[in-house]
Write a protein that binds this ligand. Structure first.
Ligand SMILES: C[S@@+](CC[C@H](N)C(=O)[O-])C[C@H]1O[C@@H](n2cnc3c(N)ncnc32)[C@H](O)[C@@H]1O
Length: 253
């Protein structure tokens, strides 16, 4: 199931892509500082492809993944040299790579039935297998603190579009009802969708990542892009594999 149809993807692309655009220079510098310049980056939940385009321009190879056909089409337009895959982050098997990025609450999205902790653990294990030693997994997510802001209504607008958002929290679940209006040749088109997000606990995710083979630290933001209230970001570094372990165990009687 995709959370972003054509109009909401358009609205996100026009009105909300600045978050990943502002995060891009920091992420690129982080990769370079860790000796990963020119490496292969897998971006999960690539949205309109703004970060993918910045990574390509900085000399990285990019595989961009999103489960929304509308976003896949936008990424192909904004980042034509990326390998773009339509898939769920939770089912995708990442190729061998140097970094996995999931920017903009990507890993918190669920269906009404939820995404289980075991699905996230499997995702972290797949990333750990795909990443080179010292490779990075960076992502942000909505935390239980965001529930405090639930009940509020927001709106945003730009040329030819407007968007109304209402949130509701139940325990660790956040529901975001989004109404978009988009100007068409014969008037305005109204669409409505509801996103379900799981509010994720940074300490629980940190423990899951450590168990999967990562050293983990919290990021206050992505450089000049601070984390928005009620959100957190983690930087997980793939620990070195012990190369001799399997050879030793094979030679044991
Ligand atoms: C808030 S948008 C962020 C988009 C982009 N990363 C950015 O920062 O502009 C969340 C993105 O995650 C994608 N997404 C959510 N759940 C996903 C999943 N399970 N698999 C793949 N993409 C997912 C959505 O389609 C959307 O592109």
């Amino acid at each position: 199931m995709s959370h972003y149809g054509t109009d909401l993807a358009f609205v996100h692309d026009r009105g909300f892509a600045s978050f990943s655009e502002r995060a891009a220079p920091f992420l690129i510098e982080l990769l370079r500082a860790r000796g990963l310049a020119g490496g292969h980056v897998v971006e999960l939940g690539c949205g309109g492809g703004q970060l993918a385009a910045a990574l390509l321009a900085a000399g990285f190879e990019v595989t961009a993944v999103d489960h929304s056909p509308a976003f896949v089409a936008l990424t192909r337009r904004h980042a034509p040299r990326a390998r773009v895959v339509r898939a769920s982050a939770f089912g995708f098997e990442p190729p061998a790579c140097d970094a996995v990025l999931a920017i903009g609450e990507v890993l918190g999205y669920t269906g009404p039935g939820g995404t289980s902790a075991s699905a996230r653990r499997r995702l972290f294990a797949r990333c750990a297998r795909a990443l080179s030693d010292g490779g990075l997994l960076a992502f942000d997510f909505a935390t239980p603190a965001l529930a405090r802001t639930a009940g509020r209504r927001h709106f945003a607008e730009g040329p030819g579009w407007a968007c109304l958002v209402e949130t509701r929290a139940t325990g660790r679940r956040l529901e975001r009802r989004i109404v978009t209006f988009r100007e068409r040749a014969r008037g305005w088109r109204r669409e409505e969708t509801t996103h379900h997000l799981e509010l994720l606990d940074p300490a629980e995710l940190t423990a899951q990542l450590r168990a999967a083979g990562f050293a983990v630290r919290r990021l206050p933001g992505y450089g000049s892009q601070p984390m928005l209230p009620g959100r957190a970001a983690l930087l997980a570094v793939r620990r070195r594999r012990l190369k001799s372990t399997s050879a030793r165990s094979k030679s044991r009687p």
